[in-house]
Design a binder for this molecule. Structure first.
Ligand code: GRF
Length: 212
């Protein structure tokens, strides 16, 4: 299954997906990495690996519809079957959502529907929760609101900062996201845009069992 990864930042999830592919744990092929940030380390990693890259920056004052149209154009040119948002810090508009209905997934560093948005680990700490984690979900037109596919939990520790909590969550992201992509590639998870709830992932993989 051909997938395009959209990333704005460090790209540790992209690396984890590529590592899982190399190890034979993920039956996908990354046919492109698309970013809104020219400086994204994810792009550097992709280039070093020979993965085609595209940059579609949203300039200050630029028309968002125009940006969404160009983003969709660039993604479509890579001909993917699945889109994976891995730290892509922009809301997708209708051009991509309509072109890939139900075939865009995102990884979020909290147990949705709690703590959507850009500051999830900080919000979870401020919310006083004792368990947080990550969520892989289907992308819709809201902010981290689409149907949940799978989650993994981590403990929140007394001395946690947003950074230490996020680092613990990312260990689970790096395990869960490639596993879900693999299950989609193998047809074990069927992405159906007409359903408001996503199918469950294969429970035999201990996907949601907290490791603490
Ligand atoms: C991840 O924590 C992901 O959940 C969130 O953005 C972060 C991206 O990290 N959406 P990286 O760029 O993959 O390291």
């Amino acid at each position: 299954m051909d997938a395009v990864v959209l990333a704005s930042g460090r790209g540790s999830n992209l690396r984890a997906i590529c590592q899982a592919i190399d190890d034979g744990r993920c039956e996908a092929r990354i046919v492109g990495v698309v970013s809104d940030k020219r400086s994204a380390a994810a792009l550097e990693f992709a280039e070093a690996r020979g993965i085609p890259t595209r940059v579609v920056p949203l300039k200050k004052g630029e028309d968002r519809d125009q940006w969404n149209t160009e983003l969709a154009h660039q993604v479509v040119s890579l001909n993917p079957e699945l889109l994976v948002l891995a730290g892509f810090m922009r809301i997708l508009g209708s051009p991509l959502l309509e072109r890939f209905p139900g075939r865009i997934i995102n990884v979020h560093p909290a147990l949705l529907p709690s703590f959507p948005g850009h500051n999830a680990p900080k919000d979870a700490l401020e919310g006083g929760v004792r368990i947080s984690g990550c969520t892989v979900h289907i992308v819709d037109d809201g902010v981290d609101t689409g149907p949940i596919i799978a989650q993994a939990a981590v403990p929140v520790l007394q001395d946690d900062t947003p950074e230490t909590l996020h680092a613990r969550i990312q260990i689970q992201e790096h395990r869960l996201l490639p596993e879900i992509i693999n299950q989609i590639a193998l047809g074990k998870i069927e992405l159906n845009p007409l359903k408001t709830k996503a199918p469950f992932a294969d429970p035999s993989k201990s996907l949601s069992v907290p490791e603490f």
